[in-house]
Design a binder for this molecule. Structure first.
Ligand code: NAG
Ligand code: NAG
Ligand code: NAG
Ligand code: NAG
Ligand code: NAG
Ligand code: NAG
Length: 355
């Protein structure tokens, strides 16, 4: 009997011991995944500034809870993700990216972002955020910033030129007005610059020629003036979208040096007529649109040799269709770009005469 009891006692204590050590291990792991208090405070300020009500601050933002990192499928435009980097030498986790898309957030762009020193990516697209980009953002080390489809207004701030770590910047589909500041030419690491669907005016500053790492540039739907720039120093450009931008033609002859180009989408240039631009060096072209650019004369025969080329359908409807979509995008909460892609890929090949 005594023997049995001893045995029982022994197994209970080893059970307790094991449980206790397991608890210790778990505790240690959770501790290792905590944010510094300053970053947690910064998140609370950010929630307040953008008007986000449903972050649960009783849960660890880096603890893998769905409140902070909501799984979403490919088709959903609602995105709710905070990611952390927990492999930093100081034993803490740090906020690395914040993606709050399609959440109807009513506030402003959060100045407190600057209090997250490890933040690399911010995506606040498809909300109702107003005001402008706070000066505090100028001293972040962001690599990716999208504020597209909001209600941001006023001039594009000059201090964006200080954000030299940025590789991706989308200001599309807002109410930015005035001219493009020459300081943007300092963002020499930029690979993607999207300024379309705003109320920008004037000439593009020549300083943009310094953005020699640009791969994608979109300027559509603005009220720019002057001749369409040649972009000849942007030798890595692969995708150039300039629809209804306000520029005057022609499509510059130096377009022939842009050998990496695979999507050239240009429409509605004003000005006198010109010949078909020299595109023979754009060997990788897969999409070409030169609609309503007052181009006359013959289509060069090398075009027929570009086997991978899909010429986008001519449709007089397209522009008004895009305007309509711009107006309705909020209501339907659909990305206009996705819609354009649908239009582009579903049309018939045009008669060459309509180019
Ligand atoms: C999401 O889309 C990509 C391509 O657009 C596809 O490769 C992937 O399988 C999709 N994932 C899911 C979960 O549907
Ligand atoms: C996490 O931070 C460390 C230290 O700053 C860095 O070396 C590492 O690349 C980061 N991890 C990721 C996935 O970015
Ligand atoms: C941008 O950088 C310049 C030069 O370093 C500095 O004088 C200016 O204060 C910075 N602007 C902001 C908003 O940080
Ligand atoms: C830009 O828009 C604001 C209103 O948001 C207006 O007060 C200002 O005059 C506009 N500036 C230009 C250059 O059009
Ligand atoms: C096209 O060019 C011709 C000849 O230069 C000019 O007369 C005409 O006004 C231009 N058309 C448009 C729509 O700009
Ligand atoms: C088109 O390709 C054919 C066959 O490779 C070649 O003979 C012809 O010269 C090419 N035409 C042009 C305009 O490049």
């Amino acid at each position: 009997m005594l023997e049995k009891m001893l045995e029982l006692h022994f197994s209970i204590s080893s059970f307790l011991l094991i449980t206790f050590s397991l608890a210790l291990i778990c505790e240690a792991q959770t501790n290792g995944r905590l944010l510094p208090q300053e970053e947690k405070n910064a998140l609370e300020e950010i929630a307040d500034q953008v008007g986000k009500k449903d972050w649960d601050f009783d849960l660890n933002p880096c603890g893998g809870n769905t409140n902070w990192n909501t799984p979403s499928d490919n088709t959903s435009l609602y995105v709710n993700i905070v990611t952390c980097n927990c492999s930093t030498p100081d034993g803490f986790c740090h906020i690395q990216s914040i993606l709050l898309k399609g959440q109807d957030l009513p506030g402003v762009l959060p100045p407190s972002l600057v209090k997250l020193p490890y933040l690399k990516k911010i995506d606040l697209s498809r909300n109702y955020l107003s005001g402008t980009i706070p000066p505090e953002w100028a001293s972040t080390k962001l690599e990716y910033m999208s504020v597209m489809l909001n209600q941001l207004s006023g001039p594009i701030p000059k201090y964006l030129g200080n954000m030299t770590t940025l590789l991706y910047m989308s200001l599309e589909n807002n109410l930015f007005n005035g001219t493009v500041p020459k300081e943007l030419g300092n963002m020499v690491n930029l690979q993607n610059l999207f300024l379309g669907f705003n109320n920008l005016i004037g000439k593009l500053p020549v300083e943009l020629n310094k953005l020699t790492n640009l791969i994608q540039l979109r300027l559509s739907d603005n009220n720019f003036a002057g001749k369409l720039p040649s972009f000849e120093s942007l030798k890595k450009l692969q995708k150039l979208w300039i629809q209804a931008s306000g520029f005057e033609g022609p499509v510059s002859p130096s377009s022939s040096v842009l050998t990496e180009m695979n999507e050239l989408i240009i429409s509605d240039l004003t000005g006198s007529s010109s010949e078909f631009p020299p595109l023979e060096n754009m060997k990788g072209l897969t999409r070409l649109m030169l609609r309503n650019c007052n181009i006359s004369g013959k289509i060069p025969s090398y075009i027929a040799n570009m086997s991978q080329l899909k010429i986008l359908p001519y449709t007089g409807e397209l522009h008004s269709q895009r305007k309509r979509e711009k107006k309705e995008h909020k209501k339907r909460n659909e990305d206009p770009e996705i819609l354009f892609q649908k239009i582009y890929t579903s049309g018939e090949l045009p008669a060459f005469g309509s180019l």
